[in-house]
Design a protein. Structure first.
Length: 203
């Protein structure tokens, strides 16, 4: 399994898109779709902001740059592929700090409408993640519209920095299912044949 920052972010954007599409056709019971969309859109932005930082200076993704450098040194010494393999407790920044670093250290201006929308959704996310949320019908409809707007701003912004983003989203979450249940008996027979062949080789 391999899930890069780009793969991870695009997957969450596709999850957001799917949830928002589904809500259009649901007469009852769409609350979980909105919950999914809030969580996945928040995650997509945070991950893709980190991607933009990593493409410039990877250490900017981490809260404590010194701790990252020490982990990177140990990673290289041990021949590992990821700093988390040697220091699992490393902390990465949240999306607010990621935006701040992009703007102040990388001269990348983030759309103010996107920032405002994300702050609004962050409040709703925190309610969902850490306690509970209750909205009347008008507030629920307003939340759905905010979600759609924020999704559109997200696509516009990251499309400026990630080539072929729309195509990546379209192709994301491709899954292939087996059309038949595995033939357990056939598998056992093949294993027995292989086992007997190995015995013959030994003898």
């Amino acid at each position: 399994m391999k899930l890069s920052l780009l793969d991870n972010g695009v997957d969450s954007l596709k999850a957001t898109y799917n949830s928002l599409e589904d809500i259009e056709y649901l007469l009852v019971g769409g609350e979980h779709r909105i919950k999914d969309a809030i969580l996945s859109l928040n995650h997509a932005n945070e991950i893709l902001f980190k991607l933009l930082l990593k493409q410039r200076i990877e250490c900017l993704v981490f809260v404590d740059i010194e701790a990252y450098m020490n982990a990177k040194e140990e990673m290289n010494a041990k021949g590992k592929n990821n700093v988390f393999e040697v220091k699992s407790g490393l902390q990465t920044i949240g999306f607010s700090e990621a935006i701040r670093r992009l703007e102040l250290l990388c001269d990348i201006k983030v759309c103010p409408y996107l920032k405002k929308g994300l702050q609004y959704l962050k409040q709703k996310r925190n309610q969902i993640m850490h306690y509970e949320i209750e909205l009347n019908e008008g507030e629920f409809r307003a939340l759905v519209e905010k979600l759609k707007e924020c999704y559109e701003y997200t696509i516009r912004f990251f499309s400026e920095h990630i080539s072929g983003l729309s195509e990546l989203i379209e192709d994301a979450r491709f899954e292939f299912y087996s059309l038949e249940d595995p033939d357990v008996e056939a598998i056992r027979d093949e294993e027995n044949i292989d086992y007997l062949a190995d015995l013959d080789d030994v003898n």
